[in-house]
Design a protein around this ligand. Structure first.
Ligand code: SF4
Length: 107
């Protein structure tokens, strides 16, 4: 169903992503991820490797976590949306390592 503006009614109350600040996008994405976590337990739950600093992770370990844990995760898209908006300072999010790496500060 659409509204007078032609947008789907479900979208009428949602902020327009292009007009949101990075912080607002991160908060919106976090809220969506948090709601989804109420109904699903991702493979990373309780796995401390997902919260390590980038330099503490070996490349083959990241590949393993990405392929075996994150790829089949039902929350992957929401997790990726949040991480891309928030740019976390550490950890593995949706199969990607965030935060500075030793010798590669911009990675
Ligand atoms: S996609 Fe995100 S929520 Fe899912 S296992 Fe990976 S890090 Fe955890």
């Amino acid at each position: 169903m659409t509204t007078a503006t032609g947008r789907p009614r479900a979208c009428e109350d949602e902020p327009t992503p292009g007009l949101m600040s990075r912080t607002d996008r991160a908060e919106t994405a976090f809220d969506a991820l948090a709601r989804a976590l109420d109904d699903a337990a991702p493979g990373c739950k309780g796995d401390t490797r997902f919260t390590l600093d980038a330099h503490q992770l070996q490349r083959d370990e990241v590949t393993f976590l990405s392929v075996k844990v994150c790829r089949p995760c039902p929350l992957r898209a929401l997790c990726q949306d949040y991480a891309e908006a928030a740019k976390p300072q550490a950890g593995v999010w949706a199969g990607r390592v965030y935060g500075p790496r030793r010798g590669r500060p911009d990675d």
